[in-house]
Design a protein around this ligand. Structure first.
Ligand SMILES: [Mg+2]
Length: 124
């Protein structure tokens, strides 16, 4: 059975790109904002989350914080996706409790799949 990933991303082009890269190997639930994502994931928890940081309304760090406060979602691995890479970002996002950090646009598909597979294996 395919693992289920939640993709939380407000940019349709980025959603399309991630779908194209991952849809053969994973089932993907798409969410356009944090509120919808938290509601959907609480009802139907994914195996892993790809979480955009810059989202309308509630940003990705807040979505992560709420997941970590929730008994049902606390243990789900979360990969941060961010378009504005800056020095120290990696440490900052890992410090916030993200399990991994990827910059957009995603050019290194292999690195993304490797991170997903590693985190799924660790979560088992
Ligand atoms: Mg965004």
């Amino acid at each position: 059975m395919k693992h289920r990933l939640a993709l939380v991303e407000d940019n349709p082009d980025n959603r399309l790109l991630v779908q194209a890269i991952l849809e053969d190997d994973y089932e993907i639930d798409e969410y356009e904002n944090g509120i919808d994502a938290l509601a959907g994931m609480a009802a139907s928890p994914p195996d892993l989350v790809l979480l955009d940081i810059s989202l309308p309304g509630m940003d990705g760090t807040e979505v992560l914080a709420r997941m970590r406060d929730d008994d049902g979602m606390r243990g789900i691995p979360v990969i941060a996706l961010t378009a504005h890479a800056m020095t120290g970002d990696r440490e900052r996002f890992l410090g916030l409790g993200f399990d991994h950090y990827m910059t957009k646009p995603i050019v290194d598909v292999e690195a993304l799949v490797e991170a997903i597979e590693r985190l799924l294996a660790e979560a088992r």
